[in-house]
Design a protein around this ligand. Structure first.
Ligand SMILES: Cc1cc2nc3c(=O)[nH]c(=O)nc-3n(C[C@H](O)[C@H](O)[C@H](O)COP(=O)(O)OP(=O)(O)OC[C@H]3O[C@@H](n4cnc5c(N)ncnc54)[C@H](O)[C@@H]3O)c2cc1C
Ligand code: FES
Length: 363
């Protein structure tokens, strides 16, 4: 069983700042449907490596879906492997293996009023959301954008143009850490308080995300108007032979878990478990999940085209909402307590807790 990936030709590489490049992919007409995306979603790319064959990394699409463009924007990470390889080596005409778009950091209603917080490369999905909201929606858009200094501001010119074109709907506030210091929770809350009825999207380094999310919580932003995207590097290889990846993950997990008393890889109930799934307008019903494998593998065996990317609990591409019953997650690096309280679960890590479950991928 092999994950379906596609070789895409690089149409253009754009120098955004000294450390950041936008990469535009050419998506042939027969793959347009497979690569259809919503603002805020990401692609997973296979970065060639002489050491490991490849390093799989997620990169958010910075283009807006209605532009017909598929553009990601990569910023070098200090001592990072894949980001430096992409920034240094990639040129138009090259090809990269890419997995189709996925992710849940995406607005349900483009006509809403948006309060966007981005820091550094966190602007990437936020840019796609801002463009879509301005060009396809009707609400107001406010962007708080933090960077080290003026020369590290990705999309500075595009943001200026958008702010001129949509002067009555779009406000950008640049925050330069070299001038103003790190934005504290208190300062972020003071800013956000003017937009307390807006829908917030937050993306950036860990401390920025925490300060912003805490500020929004302090102001009482409800969970359905507070979204966040964490940028982490995938540890595994969703491009390779899935059996091999799963075997390697299992080995790692056994090494990690040998001292755990409550082993989350074991199901809390044994099968058969009844499973109902809502996906892309289709309903599926099965009745023989034994709980010996994770829900994603079970659904794949049943022929369900369930979404996924990393298979490791690191990217949220497989996220679903529990409508009935529950599962527990073997591993989770992306969902926070609020997500879990809202019933969001990672299907690639799900083992049963109840003998009947009903899930929806429709959000
Ligand atoms: C949903 C999502 C969206 C994201 N969107 C963006 C985005 O829009 N823009 C952006 O810039 N980033 C984005 N990221 C972050 C991005 O995926 C990477 O985490 C980031 O670029 C850092 O990766 P890196 O390999 O450069 O650094 P690291 O992951 O820190 O590199 C070090 C790792 O590489 C391994 N390594 C070292 N040498 C080699 C080698 N020769 N071969 C193979 N492996 C090696 C090491 O073992 C180590 O694990 C996103 C992440 C997620 C999850
Ligand atoms: S596929 Fe990445 S978290 Fe499940």
């Amino acid at each position: 069983m092999t994950t379906e990936s596609y070789q895409l030709r690089v149409a253009d590489v754009i120098e955004e700042t000294e450390d950041a490049r936008s990469i535009v992919f050419e998506v042939p007409s027969e793959l347009q449907e497979t690569f259809a995306y919503t603002p805020g979603q990401f692609l997973t790319v296979a970065v060639p490596s002489e050491q490991t064959g490849l390093a799989a990394r997620c990169y958010s699409l910075s283009s807006a879906p209605h532009s017909g463009r598929h553009q990601i924007t990569v910023k070098r990470t200090v001592d990072g492997y894949a980001s430096n390889w992409l920034v240094q080596n990639l040129k138009p005409g090259d090809t990269l293996r890419v997995l189709p778009p996925s992710g849940i950091f995406t607005p349900k209603d483009v006509d809403a009023d948006f309060l966007l917080f981005a820091a550094g490369s966190g602007i990437t999905p936020v840019m796609s959301i801002a463009r879509t909201a301005l060009e396809k929606g009707t609400g107001k858009v406010v962007l708080f954008y933090a960077n080290e200094n003026e020369s590290s501001v990705i999309f500075a010119a595009q943001l200026r143009e958008l702010a001129e074109e949509y002067a009555d709907r779009f406000t950008v506030v640049h925050w330069l850490v070299s001038v103003q210091g790190l934005p504290s929770q208190q300062k972020l809350a003071t800013f956000a308080t003017y937009f307390s009825s807006y829908t917030a999207f937050v993306c950036g380094p860990g401390p920025f995300m925490k300060a912003t999310t805490d500020a929004l919580k302090e102001l009482g932003f409800p969970r359905d108007r507070r979204h966040q995207e964490k940028f982490v590097s995938l540890g595994g290889n969703p491009f390779g032979d899935v059996e091999e990846v799963l075997a390697a993950q299992k080995e790692l997990k056994e090494a990690d878990d040998h001292e755990d008393t409550d082993d989350a890889s074991e199901p809390a109930v044994t099968g058969p478990i009844a499973v109902e799934v809502e996906l892309d307008g289709e309903q599926y019903s099965f009745d023989d999940w034994q709980g010996d494998k994770v829900l994603l593998e079970y659904l794949e065996e049943k022929g369900v085209d369930a979404p996924f990317s990393c298979r490791e609990g690191q990217c949220s591409a497989c996220a679903c909402v529990m409508l009935e019953g529950d599962v527990r997650l073997q591993h989770n690096e992306v969902l926070d307590q609020d997500d879990l309280a809202d019933g969001i679960r990672l299907v690639c890590q799900a083992k049963p807790v109840t003998d009947r479950i009903r899930i929806s991928y429709n959000g």
